[in-house]
Structure formats: C-alpha cells, structure tokens
Design a protein around this ligand. Structure first.
Ligand SMILES: C[S@@+](CC[C@H](N)C(=O)[O-])C[C@H]1O[C@@H](n2cnc3c(N)ncnc32)[C@H](O)[C@@H]1O
Length: 364
C-alpha cells in the first residue's frame, strides 16, 4: 500500500513538471496515439479491398488502375488514392504512377488473400468487415452495460442459433473461424508430439480445420470434429475435399447436454473464451471425464500473459468477447492452470503457436 502511494505521488509530481520541449521533440511524440486512434482507416482500407476481392482479381498477374476500376465497378474519383494507399500500407506493389501504373499483389497478399488458394486467411477479415466492424462501433455501450453488441441485441435466441439461422451467416462465421486459426492449427500439428496418442476429438470443431491440419501431418491419428448439428454438413464437405474422410468423422453434439466422445486428446479452439467461468469449468470437467489417464486437453486461444501487459491482441480478443457473447472472456495461463487443476488435471503446459496464440495444455 505504502509503495502504491509512493508511486502515485511520484507520478503526480512528474506530471506537474511541464516536459522540456527538446524532450518532446526527441523522445516523446504523439505518433503512436495518433496512429492507433486512426488505425481504423488502414483497417477499413484493407478490409474493403478484401471484400471487393481485389487480391483474388490480381492473382499472380498485373492490372492497370483503369482495369481494376472497371472490373470492380469503382468510381474513378478515389481509385488511385485507394490503390496507392494499399501500396503505401504494403499490401500491393506498383510500377509507374497513376494512369501509367500497373498493380500486383505482394508476396503476402498473393499467398494469403487470394481466395482461390487454400492458404487464404481472409475469412476472418470478411467477418471482421461485415460483422465486427459495425459491432465494435458500440464498444462504449458494451463497456457501460456489460452486454453484447452483436446480433444478440436484436434477437432473444442464443448467439450461435442466431448466426446459424441463415446459411450465409453460418458459412461466413465458419470460414471466419478457419481463417483466424489456420496458422495456429498448422503450428500445433508441427509442435505438439502426437506420436503417443491414437485419437483426438475437437469440441466445437467448426468446419473441421483443426482435425484436417493435424490428421494430414499425423496419419496414425483418428479424429472426430464435433459441433452443433447445423455445422456437420459444412465440416463433412470440407473434410471430404481435403481427402481425409477415412481419418476424420464428424459428430453432432451440444456440449451443454451431451458428454464428450472418449478420445486420447480433446481439443478446444477458441471455445472457452466464449463463455463465463461456470461454463468454462463445466467444459474442462467434461474434457477430463472423456480422457484416459495420461490424456491431454489442448486449448488453442490467444492466451493472455500472466502479467496482463503484453498480449494486447489477447486482451482485445477478450473485449471482442464482450461484443460477441453474454459472459465470455479470454484468460491467462495462470487462470487456465487454476481451472484445469480444479477439474482434476495433474499438470499444465503452455505451447506458443502463431503470433499471439498459444496452446494451453492440461494432462490428466
Ligand atoms: C468461436 S467458434 C470456434 C471454432 C473453432 N474451434 C476454432 O478454433 O476456430 C466456437 C464453436 O463452438 C461451437 N459451439 C457453440 N455452442 C456449442 C454447443 N452448445 N455445442 C457444441 N458446439 C458449440 C460453434 O458452433 C463454433 O463452431
């Protein structure tokens, strides 16, 4: 307590001294504040290009601004500002200028934002554009009321039922999930030692991408991708297209009512953060019950650092759970460890995956 008072007095004293103007010029600038405050400009420029399928249109080729304008039905007024902003942001390359210019994809956009490639990650960004961007406009209301700001505002139905009511929003959501986790599932398949295990059940498996990513790398493993009934046809189609129907089957399951199928490994990708503490506990306990001794629960999420200072993406994902869910929140490894041990697991381990995501693993 004494330490806190001392600290706050120090901060007050520091604030009451006007900063030296050379200090402001050399070390302290508002650049980060302004850049973050206006970050939605860059975000919306990229999201709109994805929505327009500009990167898919360009593919491996080059097009002039006029050709792009005609094919995407864009008004000439801001055509070059839009394309050159994408150049300046690092999402397009260009030779020449304005009417004499030709545009092409960068290495990254040609690999990850061309819809015709399996490496496409734009699903989550399509969802960000169509759903999250308007919903985040109400963050302030969410913070004041503690209530979700998505479809739940206009329907009494549970959120997944509301999203899955329309085939279009079901597909948008499932593709979005796949785009967000694709790199993590590949990293998990590469980094976790699956050799000692024979079976895996992915709870809330969406389109089956986790099972596909892991099964492809580990042919000895038999996988079940389990989710709500409307999801099964989408997952079955994707698994079949991936040529892995012999190794992966789907199961329809409501995790509030049903027990989990028995498996050596239970995985949950971005499931626990959808729910409040009681449901988190119930799901972890159901995983424990479905596993044999030595089995592993693997939770793939943007696990927040224990100090809650560094994983900004994980912390903002938790804000996204405010926007999207009734009681969900993201959590640290320490939080997970407490819940896992309470459910009966004997040890836990953090395995970093891609970017801000990790696998929080609990062993029975
Ligand atoms: C946020 S998504 C995560 C999807 C996927 N695991 C991933 O990592 O991208 C949550 C998933 O949980 C599923 N889900 C929601 N409620 C469920 C329930 N009661 N029983 C089974 N699955 C459910 C949804 O259909 C959705 O696929």
């Amino acid at each position: 307590m004494e330490f806190l008072i001392e600290q706050s007095t120090k901060i007050e004293n520091e604030r009451s001294t006007a900063p030296d103007s050379r200090e402001v010029e050399n070390f302290v600038t508002p650049a980060k504040i302004l850049e973050t405050g206006m970050a939605f400009w860059a975000s919306k420029t990229l999201l709109t290009a994805i929505k327009l399928e500009l990167f898919t249109l360009l593919g491996e080729g080059t097009l002039s601004g006029a050709e792009i304008g005609t094919k995407l039905n864009l008004h000439p007024r801001s055509l070059y500002d839009f394309l050159d902003a994408l150049v300046a942001l690092g999402f397009l390359e260009r030779k020449g200028i304005k009417e004499d210019a030709v545009y092409c994809n960068t290495l990254e956009t040609s690999l990850f934002l061309n819809k015709t490639y399996p490496s496409y990650v734009g699903g989550i960004l399509e969802m960000a554009n169509d759903r999250l961007y308007p919903f985040w406009g109400n963050l302030e209301e969410g913070l004041k009321t503690g209530k979700p700001q998505n479809e739940a505002k206009t329907t009494d139905r549970p959120i997944f039922e509301a999203i899955y009511a329309q085939p279009q929003s079901l597909e948008l959501f499932l593709n979005g999930m796949a785009g967000a986790q694709a790199c993590n599932f590949v990293a998990l398949a590469n980094r976790f030692d699956f050799a000692p295990y024979n079976s895996l059940c992915d709870i809330g498996g969406a389109n089956g991408l986790l099972s596909v990513s892991v099964a492809r790398q580990h042919p000895h493993l038999h996988c079940i991708s389990a989710d709500l009934p409307p999801v099964a046809p989408v997952a079955e189609r994707f698994i079949q297209q991936s040529g892995l129907s012999q190794q992966i089957r789907t199961a329809s399951l409501n995790f509030f009512e049903d027990n989990f199928p028995a498996a050596d490994i239970i995985t949950m990708g971005n499931i626990l953060h959808d729910w409040g503490t009681d449901v988190k506990k119930m799901l972890i306990r159901k995983a424990w019950e479905a596993l044999p001794k030595g089995g592993a629960l693997i939770v793939i999420e943007n696990i927040i650092d224990n100090d809650r200072r560094h994983n900004a993406f994980g912390l903002m994902m938790s804000l996204n759970m405010l926007i999207e869910t009734e009681a969900g929140y993201d959590f640290s490894m320490h939080d997970f460890d407490v819940l896992a041990r309470e459910a009966g697991f004997s040890s836990t381990l953090l395995l970093p995956l891609a970017g801000p995501a990790s696998a929080a693993i609990a062993y029975k």
